[in-house]
Design a protein around this ligand. Structure first.
Ligand code: FE
Length: 305
């Protein structure tokens, strides 16, 4: 009898329920660093953050004429992670711990700032000289209280090491989490899903997402129908989902000229207080004051190479 009861519970918990859409929000065009153009999905007036995510910037796409490429010179971070995903162009990063690296088209850098680093994010020199198109994403992932002061760490993952699956007009690049039976190589501090879907017009996908995750998607190109109510979402819009199911449906519009390019990002909310000041994200105002002091006293180091 007991076994039967368990079986019933399993059946109930495995019932698939599509999530519905809670809102669709336009990205805001703004400038960052030395003045490069970004489409900021959030924060904005409507969405301050989307626990555990703090910011999503689409850098470009924009044409860089030779010698004119702008970037983000030396600046600090503490208390969260920055995830850079290059779609096109070449970026170079350097930091106060002596690390440096080059990010090319399709590469990902998952940087855990933890207790603090100073880094620079600039278009790579040769690329700047010759010019070209720059296009990429930066996502800020909050760290739980227990990890905010951890030692900084990097995961630099070249494009060819990132699992990709293609089936029936749907391609997915698995930066974090799991999709279409494959697991990402990047390790995250809390459960995170970061997927880049390319869906041919008329094709669709259903992505499993645990019920406790917050889920949103950002449309890079094309347009599609999202969620239970098949809401239309267009380029440079974010769609936020309700927490009312264990799967998310995305369909590329049949009448679109280009495939639907979309980032599907999800994670378990931290549900901790957020104190935020520019490049520092902590739990209390006191910790923010300490971060500013530590930065001003040179405790986050400097880039000297
Ligand atoms: Fe940065």
């Amino acid at each position: 009898m007991k076994a039967n009861t368990n079986n019933k519970q399993n059946l109930v918990s495995e019932t698939n329920q599509q999530r519905s859409v809670s809102s669709v929000v336009n990205a805001k065009t703004t400038t960052e660093g030395e003045g490069f153009v970004v489409h900021r999905a959030f924060p904005n007036e409507t969405v301050r953050e989307f626990d555990p995510f703090l910011l999503v910037d689409e850098m470009g796409p924009f044409a860089v004429s030779s010698g004119e490429a702008k970037g983000a010179p030396d600046h600090p971070h503490r208390g969260f992670e920055t995830v850079t995903y290059m779609i096109e162009g070449v970026f170079e990063h350097k930091d106060s711990q002596g690390n440096s690296g080059i990010l090319k088209s399709g590469d990902v850098q998952w940087m855990t700032a933890g207790s603090g680093v100073i880094h620079s994010e600039m278009p790579e020199k040769e690329f700047s000289k010759r010019g070209g198109t720059l296009h990429g994403f930066q996502l800020w992932v909050n760290l739980p209280r227990k990890d905010k002061m951890m030692n900084p760490r990097y995961q630099d993952v070249p494009s060819n090491k990132i699992p990709t699956v293609e089936d029936n007009g749907v391609k997915v690049k698995i930066i974090a989490g799991e999709a279409m039976g494959k697991q990402a190589v990047i390790d995250t501090r809390t459960p995170i899903m970061y997927l880049h879907y390319t869906i041919q017009p008329g094709a669709k996908t259903v992505q499993k997402v645990p019920k406790n995750y917050n889920v949103f998607a950002y449309v890079i190109d094309g347009n599609g129908l999202f969620g239970q109510e098949q809401k239309s979402v267009y380029k440079e819009q974010s769609v936020f989902f309700e927490k009312d199911g264990n799967e998310v449906q995305i369909e590329a519009s049949k009448n679109s000229d280009s495939p639907l390019q979309v980032l599907l990002i999800a994670g378990v909310p931290l549900e901790e207080p957020v104190a935020r000041y520019g490049p520092f994200v902590m739990n209390t105002e006191g910790e923010i004051k300490q971060a500013i002091l530590d930065y001003n006293n040179g405790k986050m180091g400097k880039i000297d190479f």
